[in-house]
Structure formats: structure tokens, C-alpha cells
Design a protein around this ligand. Structure first.
Ligand code: TRP
Length: 335
């Protein structure tokens, strides 16, 4: 058990965008090549159900996200890549954990509290449109993590509280039933760029400022041309640290390239030229993946087969582990 177990979930809402790529997909794929790591990456479709009740959108997003990870070279021989809903042990563990999780712990979840506050601010009932799925979300997430004895969980800052809750839930269970669960740790990559979107705020579905990852070349160029800049003229020095365009360039550039572009900004590069160079750099990195992506999307049965195989490997761990958990709580054969 010296191998680290790294696990992370990707919610299947929306189309993958450049921010997902730089902030999560690329670092996870790179990490999956480390021989001292067993990584589990999964499509968190049960989590997505909390946010999206549009069946066709759910299917489409699951397809696109799976195709993206495969197109970008995730090594599925090494990493275990699966869809959450293919692992029936996860909802079962969720219920078992639900029964020993304090409601008060869930009351403190930022996402839930935020939703309540929004209701109150709008003069609505505190519970308006809040489902039990939203309320219990952190328990499902704890089950995802604890099911595989994960030790390291790469997540964005917004998920750190969920990791603390997963630890709390594990500790409480271990204390009562015996040491079954490893205590997971959040891994927040501080140096991974939080990519700004077209308007300069964090690139995020919720701000509607994203650049989809797999736009056809022409449209990618158009989207980059539309990134908001200021009115400084060619020749006037520009501040790279105050530019969404530069941040996007930097996220795709090597160190030397980045420094050269930084200098070009200070020397007054025209915005049009900076945009063109940013497009060329981003496009070059995505060209090959885009071809593989388009081919995969056209053959969903290939993706389905990969996910099935991943689920089988995941269950090879989850099924016997859940049997021990059932036994620990006293769900046992009578004879
Ligand atoms: N809640 C995570 C998010 O919104 C996704 C997720 C679900 C997850 N289960 C997980 C992340 C388990 C890490 C581990 O990004």
C-alpha cells in the first residue's frame, strides 16, 4: 500500500472548455503517467443530476467529456476511467454513510448555504427549489472518494470543504465501526493557472464566458479574437498581468515563449497580433486531439466499451470492499 491512490470526479454538465483543459484535464492526464500512482478518474453523472435534469444534455455532456479525456491521451490501461453510475456500490455506500453523517455537518456546506441565502435574498422560502440531492451532495462525494481508499484528491479550491467533510465522515465511521477508510487529502494545485474567460473573470460555465475546447479551427480563432482587451494602441506598452489574453497564452506556452510574449506586451505588441499568436499557440496544441475527438464522438460505442472496462476494474476493488463495509455495519447473512 505504498502506492498513492489519486481520485477525482468530473461533473458531466456542459461542454469541456479551455479552462477545464488547463486546470484539470491536462494535469490529471500527466499525473496518470506516474508509476507510483493508481489514479481513478470518473464521470460524476450522479452529481450532475443535482444540477441538470435534462436527459439529452446529460447524455451529450457525458459523451463529450469522456471523448475529451480519451482524445487527449489518457492512458486507460494505467488509470481507471469509469462512469460513476456504472458502480452500484457507490450509491449503496452513500446510504450507509448517510446514516452516520450528522445533518448539522451538511447544514454547513457552502453550496447549500449559498442556495438558502439566495432564496432569502430573493424573498423566497429558505428551502425553495433545494433538493435533497443538493443537500446530500457531499455524502455522495465522500462515497466516491472513500469507496476506493483514495489518499489524494485533486480538486479546485471550491471543493476543499467537501474534502474536509469526506474526512469527517470517514473518521466518524472508523470510530464507530473500525478503521475501514483511508483519510483523503485535497490536492489543490496552486500553480495551475485559473484561466480567465473572454471577459476576464474566471472561465466558467456559470459566467457564460467560456471558450469550448473543441471548436473547429475557424471558430476557435473567432472566439480568441473576441477576448476583451483594452483600448491601448499598437506601440503602447501593455500590462501582461492585467490581461486575460496573456493569461491564456501563458497557460499554453513554455517558459521561454511566455517570457518572450511578456516582453512583447511591454514593447507594445498590437492586440490583433497578440490574439493571432495566442490562437496559433492554442490551436497547435489542440490540432491532434481535435482529430481524435471528432473520430471518437462519431463512434460512441468505442467510448462505451472503454467505460465498461473501467467500471469492471473499479468494481474489482469496490465489490469486495463494500462486502467488508456491509459486514462492519452488521448487514450480514443470517446463516
Ligand atoms: N464535486 C466535484 C466538482 O463539482 C466533482 C466530484 C464528484 C468529485 N465526486 C468527486 C471530485 C470526488 C473529486 C472527488 O467538481
Amino acid at each position: 500500500m505504498s502506492k498513492r491512490t489519486v481520485l477525482t470526479g468530473i461533473t458531466t454538465t456542459g461542454t469541456p472548455h479551455l479552462g477545464n483543459y488547463v486546470g484539470a484535464i491536462k494535469p490529471c492526464i500527466e499525473a496518470s503517467h506516474d508509476p507510483d500512482v493508481q489514479s481513478y478518474y470518473f464521470l460524476a453523472d450522479f452529481h450532475s443530476l443535482v444540477k441538470s435534469q435534462d436527459p439529452e444534455q446529460m447524455r451529450q455532456s457525458t459523451l463529450e467529456i469522456a471523448a475529451t479525456w480519451l482524445a487527449l491521451g489518457l492512458d486507460t490501461q494505467r488509470a481507471i476511467f469509469y462512469r460513476q453510475s456504472d458502480i452500484p456500490e457507490i450509491p449503496e455506500l452513500t446510504w450507509i454513510l448517510t446514516c452516520s453523517t450528522a445533518k448539522g455537518l451538511m447544514n454547513r456546506a457552502h453550496a447549500y448555504k449559498g442556495a438558502v441565502q439566495e432564496n432569502l435574498d430573493a424573498g423566497e422560502d429558505a428551502d425553495y427549489a433545494i433538493t435533497m440531492g443538493l443537500f446530500s451532495y457531499p455524502i455522495l462525494m465522500a462515497a466516491d472518494i472513500l469507496m476506493f481508499n483514495s489518499t489524494h484528491v485533486p480538486v479546485g479550491k471550491d471543493q476543499v470543504q467537501h474534502l474536509e467533510m469526506a474526512r469527517d465522515i470517514a473518521q466518524r465511521f472508523n470510530h464507530h465501526y473500525g478503521e475501514l477508510f483511508a483519510l483523503p487529502e485535497a490536492v489543490v494545485e496552486e500553480h495551475v493557472a485559473l484561466l480567465p474567460g473572454k471577459d476576464g473573470r474566471k472561465m466558467s460555465k456559470s459566467y457564460n464566458n467560456t471558450i469550448p475546447l473543441w471548436l473547429p479551427e475557424k471558430q476557435l480563432r473567432k472566439a480568441i479574437m473576441r477576448i476583451v482587451t483594452n483600448s491601448l494602441e499598437p506601440g503602447e506598452p501593455k500590462d501582461p498581468d492585467d490581461s486575460a489574453l496573456f493569461a491564456i497564452y501563458a497557460a499554453f506556452a513554455g517558459k521561454a515563449q511566455r517570457e518572450a510574449m511578456r516582453q512583447a506586451y511591454m514593447d507594445g505588441i498590437a492586440w490583433g497580433e497578440a490574439k493571432q499568436q495566442t490562437f496559433e499557440l492554442v490551436n497547435q496544441e489542440l490540432v491532434q486531439g481535435r482529430e481524435r475527438y471528432d473520430a471518437l464522438i462519431a463512434e460512441p460505442e468505442r467510448i462505451e466499451a472503454v467505460l465498461r472496462e473501467g467500471a469492471e476494474r473499479a468494481r474489482a476493488f469496490a465489490t469486495p470492499f463494500l462486502a467488508r463495509i456491509r459486514d462492519a455495519v452488521g448487514i450480514r447473512k443470517l446463516a
